[in-house]
Design a protein around this ligand. Sequence first.
Ligand SMILES: Cc1ncc(COP(=O)(O)O)c(C=O)c1O
Length: 388
Amino acid sequence: LAVCHPGDKIILPRNIHQSAIAGLVLSGAIPIFIHPEYDCDFDLAYSITPDALETTLQRHPDAKAVMIVYPTYQGICGDIIAIAELTHRYNIPLLVDEAHGAHFSFHPHLPSSALSAGADIAIQSTHKVLGAMTQASMLHLQGTRLDPHRISQALQWVQSTSPSYILLASLDAARQQMALFGESLMTQTLELAKKARENIRQIQGLAILDFQQPKPGFFALDTTRLTVKVSELGLSGFEADEILRGQLGVTAELPLLHHLTFMITLGNTTADIEQLIHAFMILASMKHSVRCRMSDVRGWVSDIEQGISLLSPRETVFSPTETVTLEKSVNCISAELICPYPPGIPVLMPGEVITSQSLAYLQQVLRLGARITGCSDTTLQTIKVIRC
Ligand SMILES: Cc1ncc(COP(=O)(O)O)c(C=O)c1O
């Protein structure tokens, strides 16, 4: 809203959070999507690469901004320094969704913060990783590529005119806590995360998402995010989550088809980590009969080409829609965002043409136990399309 006028182009990764799609609807901006890199072993989306961004900027030199997600939910960080340099070569701002990275500034063993890497704006969910109350977030601005007055104005359009002083006070308390004790709290958090990683890695049948060396879309890892693959045990992440939560007193942050991601934060203690390790030892020793077949979903992202967009997200939400069966929806324009988790990359965006190939893929991931989000019928019997 602060950087684009209706019809302006903005470059974004295809796995952008739905809040950015809301921004597209409100502003009338036109998304130019880049596919993030994809890890078929863990069935996870990484970041976009500087190379992919360069190709897109060459094709769309009139884009008004670039937006990235840094880090991902699983703590995966792309090459943000190269992305910032490239974006600035085109004299446009880099907007960073740093929802999961509010702690990065406070320890040298964490990835660089978006601002230190050159972002013009970074939005952090302080409530997710630091001590603020739910909903309380921060928007950080630096440099002169963005107009602070325009940002204040845009904020007024989307915020309540009656701010909650309780939430604001909680932000201030979280800020004070990190200003005074940030490094020691993060040292403790990183040590707890290391203990969890080292122990869980040794349990047979489990694998941990680790960072070895930079690869496309994966330049650094926030090790306070612990992603444990359980599918070799013959369990889906969803089934493992039920056992961990129901029987072993452990709650994962994000269970997916093949793995579960845990957030280790400054609120955790050694006892929590011991309970986590113990729970995984028990889980791995149980007999599980259903085998989760990784090979069935391999390589899907490359199969689904970026959809053809006939309407902008804004035009789509203001057009009349109808609900039709899946069979009848082929060649219609989707009125919905349809995103399977994993890997969290939308197969259909509002305004894109529905193809039989994308529907076949969605039905397959549903059969395999993935969740479909973003649409009104998550069982995918029906789909909302633009009325012809
Ligand atoms: C990548 C990403 N961006 C943005 C958000 C939205 O943040 P909030 O819930 O603080 O509005 C989330 C929330 O899960 C997220 O995962």
